[in-house]
Design a protein around this ligand. Structure first.
Ligand code: APR
Length: 241
């Protein structure tokens, strides 16, 4: 077995606190398109045309049609063994937090409850006038409207927007105080999520990366395990008591 995997399993076996940070490479194992890389969404679509407040102001119908297309892809998909492994870790480790950049809701479906959805959730919509957030699973008309008459927008953090302050504070505090951090399936290029691994490392945590490729954090983590999240994460769980 990979040396890094062995060390990670060993550290997990005694860990009292664990933070798991996930990106699109975890949901990719369920069939959800990633953003970067050969089949990534940003290879076929321009983020500035679809995932910014300006894009939504300019053409709310186009933006909603894109999110509706993504939701139709995601709707039939199920959590994969990587998701289930992370859900099992929440049960086993006393102090646990899942910080996900994924908006597909698959971690909740897999049973995780102690989680922060840093970039929002594709199944939630927000009134642009009142700021109220509610579940929105089907779109009769595009773009949908709030009862107050104003437009609803996807409850997603777009480029150029700031993250929810409480979510970020929770994630940063957990990163600073955990014994082990697992960073799975993220290119670690989008801030502030990309800084959490460094925060954990400088606070003394054992940081494990699970990724099919190298990323900007590969150079400083304690173990960087090359492989698919759906295969590696279940092998890591074996180490947790
Ligand atoms: N197993 C493990 N890792 C994988 C797999 C897999 N099956 N498939 C892809 N990866 C890795 C890729 O090597 C890459 O490092 O997952 C990462 C996916 O990177 P991105 O597509 O950039 O996704 P992510 O890191 O989640 O993007 C962060 O960017 O566009 C914004 O808001 C969006 O939340 C997203 C953020």
């Amino acid at each position: 077995m990979d040396k890094g995997l062995l060390r990670a399993r060993e550290r997990l076996s005694s860990a009292r606190s664990l933070v798991v940070l996930t990106g699109a490479g975890v949901s990719a194992e369920s069939g959800v398109p990633t953003f970067r890389g050969p089949e990534g969404l940003w290879r076929n679509f321009r983020p500035e045309e679809l995932a910014t407040p300006q894009a939504f102001r300019r053409d709310p119908k186009l933006v909603w049609e894109w999110y509706d297309w993504r939701r139709r892809i995601i709707a039939p998909l199920k959590p994969n063994p990587g998701h289930l492994a992370i859900s099992e870790l929440e049960k086993r480790v006393p102090e646990f937090l899942l910080v996900t950049q994924n908006v597909d809701g698959l971690h909740r479906l897999a049973g995780n409850a102690k989680l922060v959805e840093l970039h929002g959730n594709i199944w939630l919509a927000r009134c642009v006038a009142e700021g109220t957030v509610a579940e929105n699973r089907e779109l009769a008309t595009i773009p949908p409207k709030c009862g107050c008459g104003a437009l609803l927008r996807p409850h997603i953090v777009w480029f150029g927007e700031s993250l929810d302050e409480d979510d970020l504070k929770t994630a940063v505090e957990a990163a600073r105080n955990c014994e082990v951090m697992i960073v799975a399936g993220t290119s670690s290029v989008v801030q502030p999520a990309a800084s959490l691994a460094g925060l954990a490392k400088e606070s003394g945590a054992f940081v494990v990366e699970v990724n099919t490729d190298e990323t900007p954090i590969t150079g400083f983590v304690d173990a960087s395990i090359r492989g698919r999240s759906g295969e590696i994460l279940p092998m890591l769980v074996g180490g947790a008591r």
